[in-house]
Design a protein around this ligand. Sequence first.
Ligand SMILES: CC(=O)SCCNC(=O)CCNC(=O)[C@H](O)C(C)(C)COP(=O)(O)OP(=O)(O)OC[C@H]1O[C@@H](n2cnc3c(N)ncnc32)[C@H](O)[C@@H]1OP(=O)(O)O
Ligand SMILES: O=CC(=O)O
Ligand SMILES: [Mg+2]
Length: 509
Amino acid sequence: MSGVRVLGGDVERGDEILTPDALEFVAELHGRFAPEHAALMRRRAHRRPLGFLDATREVREGDWKVAEAPGPLRDRRVEITGPTERKMTVNALNSGAKVWLADLEDANTPHWHNVVSGQVNLYDAARGTVEFTSPEGKHYALRDDVERPAIVVRPRGWHLPERHLEVEGRPAIGALVDFGLHFFHNAALGRPYYYLPKMESHLEARLWNSVFTAAQERLGVPHGTIRATVLIETIPAAFEMDEILHELRDHASGLNAGRWDYLFSIIKYFRDAGPDAVLPDRNSITMTAPFMRAYTELLVRTCHKRGAFAIGGMAAFIPNRRDPEVTENALEKVRADKTREAGDGFDGSWVAHPDLVPVCREIFDERLGGEPNQLDVLRPEVEVTAGQLLDFASTGGAATRAGVESAVDVGVRYLLSWLGGNGAAAIHNLMEDAATAEISRSQLWQWVHNDVVLDDGTPVTAELVREVLAEVRGRLDGEHLDAAVELFEQVALSDDFVDFLTLPAYERI
Ligand SMILES: CC(=O)SCCNC(=O)CCNC(=O)[C@H](O)C(C)(C)COP(=O)(O)OP(=O)(O)OC[C@H]1O[C@@H](n2cnc3c(N)ncnc32)[C@H](O)[C@@H]1OP(=O)(O)O
Ligand SMILES: O=CC(=O)O
Ligand SMILES: [Mg+2]
C-alpha cells in the first residue's frame, strides 16, 4: 500500500478491517484533508473573545432547515452510549434503546487492539452477526424480541492522532481512521450515522462536511446518506450552533448537549481569566446553574428552528445490580434529569447503562404521547444572550477540601482504568470517562492558578494537590499506578496547560 504503514500489532480479524482498499480510502481522505485539518488545529490555539459572530449573522437570521431525518433517526427518545467492546456491543444492541452511540471516543482507550477490534465489532453489529462467549461460558447473542437500535458511531475528536497507522510518514488523524474504516466497510448497508465530538467552530464542521461529501462520492453512496449529530460541548461552539448545523445541513441530524466536555471546555477556555470565571466543586454545578440552562435552552431552540433533533446529555449516576440503594438513587437522579430535558423540548436523551433505558424511555413516552419526537416544540420564547452563556459568577457553590480530594481520587482512578484499556469506569457509583476526568484535573489547575481559597480557608496550592495525590496513591494499587500518578500531576499542575489529558496519556500506551 503506497503511503500507508500499519505499525500496530496483529489484532484478531484485523485483516478483515485493514484491507488494502480500506487503507487506501483512509489514505485518500488524509491526502485531501490533512492540510485543512492542520490549519484548523493551529487556529484552536488562539483563544478569541467569545460572542455570536458578525460574519455569520445571515446564517443565524436566515430561514433554512437541515435535511429531513431518515426513518431510523426519527425517534431517538432513548440513546445508550458505550464502548465497542464485544460483550457491551451485544448488550447495547439488546438494551431496548432507540440508538446506540458506539463510542470510539471518550469511553474508549485507543489501544490499537481497541481501535481495530471495535471496528470488527461494528462490522458484525451492522450485519446482525455479533455474538460473544465470556470466559465463564456465558453466551451473548442478539435477541429477536427486542427492537435493534440505530448505530451511531462516535469517532475520535479532531485533535487525536493515531500513531499505529502512518500516512506519508506521519501519524494518521484518529478521527479519519475511525470514520474512514467504519464508512468504508459499512456505508453500503445504508446507515452511516455519526456523532461528532469536541468541535470548536463551524469551520471544523465544514471540514467534516467536506470529508462526508468526498467519502460518499468516492464510494458511490448518495449525497446526504451520512447523518451526523454534533455534540455541542465546547464553549466556542455554543456560539455557533446555527452555523454548525448550516455547514452540515445535508448531513445534519441534530445537536447533543454534551455537558461534561462543555464544563471542561469552559474551565479550559477561562482557566486564567480571574475569579469571575472560577467554577466551584464539580458536584455543585448542576444543569440548573444559569449558564448551563442558557446553553441547553439555546440548543433546543436552535435545533427545532432548523428541523434538527435536540438530544440530551449524560446524567453520571450508575445503577449497581448488587446494591439496591445505589440503584434507587441513580434512578431517581436520572429520572429528574430526563424529566427536565423532556420538558425543555429535547427529543430524547442519553443513558450510560442498560438498566437506565426503561426510565428514560418512560419519561419521553409520557412527554411525546404518540409522536416520535417533539420537533414541533419550537420554544420561540427562548432568547439567550452571550452574557447568559458566559455568566459563571452566579453559579454558587464553593471550592472545598472534599472537592480537591475527589478530583484527585477520581482523576487517578480514571487514568488507571484508561491506561489499562477501559476508557469508561464506574467510580464511586458515577460514570467516569475522559470528559469527566478532564474536569477533575482542569479544575485543580484553575484553582491553583487563580489563588483560590477553599471554604475552610486553605489556599489551593500545587503543594496541597501533591499532598492529596500522595494520600490517594497510598490507597491504590495496580500495574499502571506510577504512570497514572505522574500523568495526573502533569495534567493538573504543569505550568503550561495540557490541552487534552489523552494526549500525554496516549504517549504511554
Ligand atoms: C461524557 C460522555 O461522553 S458519556 C458517553 C461516554 N461514556 C460511556 O459511554 C459510558 C457507558 N457506560 C459504561 O461504560 C458502563 O456502564 C460503566 C463502565 C460505567 C459501568 O460498567 P460495569 O461496571 O460493567 O457495569 P455493570 O457491572 O453494572 O454492568 C452490568 C451489565 O450491563 C452491561 N453494561 C453496562 N453498561 C453498558 C453499556 N453502556 N452498554 C452496554 N452494556 C452495558 C455490562 O456489560 C454488564 O453486562 P453483563 O451482565 O452481561 O456482564
Ligand atoms: O460527550 C458528552 C459529554 O458530556 O462530554
Ligand atoms: Mg464529550
